[in-house]
Design a protein around this ligand. Sequence first.
Ligand code: SAM
Ligand code: SF4
Length: 474
Amino acid sequence: MPALPEMTLSSHAVDFIDDAALVDLLLNARPDPAQVRDIIAKSLDKEPLSPAETATLANVEDPDLIEDIFQAARKLKHDVYGNRIVLFAPLYVGNACLNDCAYCAFKSSNTEAVRRTLDQLELRQQVEALENRGHKRLILVFGEHTDYDAAFIAECERTVYSVHSGRGEIRRVNINAAPMDHDGFRTIKDAGIGTYQVFQETYHHDTYRRYHPAHTRKGDYLYRLDALDRAFEAGCDDIGIGALFGLYDWRFELLGLVSHALHLQQRCGVGPHTISFPRIRRAQGVTIDPAYLVPDDQFKRVIAILRLAVPYTGLILTARETPELRREAISFGVSQIDAGSRIELGGYTEAGDAQVLECEQFELGDIRPLDAVMRELLINGDIPSFCTSCYRVGRTGEQFMEYAVPGFIQRFCTPNALTTLMEYLVDYASLETRAAGERLIVQELAKMPDGAMKTDLQARLNKIQTTDTRDLYF
Ligand code: SAM
Ligand code: SF4
């Protein structure tokens, strides 16, 4: 078996997850109504919640108080993010893997998996297919293998940015790949990474050991927990955390995520840009232990409580979930979704309409094409956004946190969402989607106060409709 390089940790690596302390918080948090309402009020003031306050919300069982949590999450979502929803697509580059995570079809012990790594030409073809559907933001996904070192990942980033087919190009490349050392993070940063994302999977140490064999790289809990500190030290200041729900008690994982966000805020001066909370799905060669599976009603609470606990952090809900659940979750928390996703290697050109379980990591719950997802969002009054402006003008990390305040949305986010939406409508949309989109743009313009900003935006929208000029971001 090929050997992975030596491990190095960040300068002050520390295991900041104290299982006993988190369990204690959950055992002792008594959600009396006055206290719950105080915590909700703090969150509505856009202050992050502590793990103790999060534990109190997680322990709420009174249906009226649960409804208060959802209502507050809806309001906060609206106040901080408006009605925009950011869209992206995953692109699986390679599923070779030296780890043996018990829940994943790519695990090394799954001998049925068809292993494949896209070469740069095949990667270009996938990118062309995605561009021709209208995507502007991708996340590249990799197994953990010596073949997928930082130099290879950087080469993939550069390849993606170099593809310009038709009217489109990918403007932001995020990465979900195994943790690296500082040099590795510098290499992928230099190639133009957007967000670097890695999930702890479970914050509970015993459970972590159970799912990740000790002889594998991923078996080292601290090496993974410390990944984003290293990324930050190496200059990747736009980072995403996550936990795989279904491995252990959802309340504990919620506190793990909030503790991690707090740690990054304290240690790096900036919290995570995004949090992901995938729920475990059926996968080839995987037997799922049902003990901690999270039913829909509790999963929705996870999302609403996260929304309240980290007001300025983007929440990502992927196509693992059904269209119905995604639709609902957008209203009270989720700010980013993928759409038109295929997770088979080469799936954007080769798979047709069927899911191919031998070639993919797990089964998806939403395999509608991008145009259908766009149409649904538009009809519901949400503005699908392909905006990549902050990252490209340097508004990331700490700067992004400063800007993510009311006023910023009106000045930058909504106008950029509308110009990128107009690009989609003109260049890629079906007639029905285009009609729904144009109606929404008219409604959004009507909400804006008259003035220079609105005039400028109208001119840009008009230019996109009538000329070949694109990428007119604020
Ligand atoms: N190999 C890298 C790693 O482990 O960090 C890349 C990530 S993996 C390809 C992306 C994520 O998929 C994992 O971090 C895990 O949370 C999730 N995942 C794995 N198996 C899953 C399953 N059966 N259902 C849902 N999500 C799963
Ligand atoms: Fe490999 Fe990642 Fe799957 Fe674990 S989750 S087996 S590391 S691809």
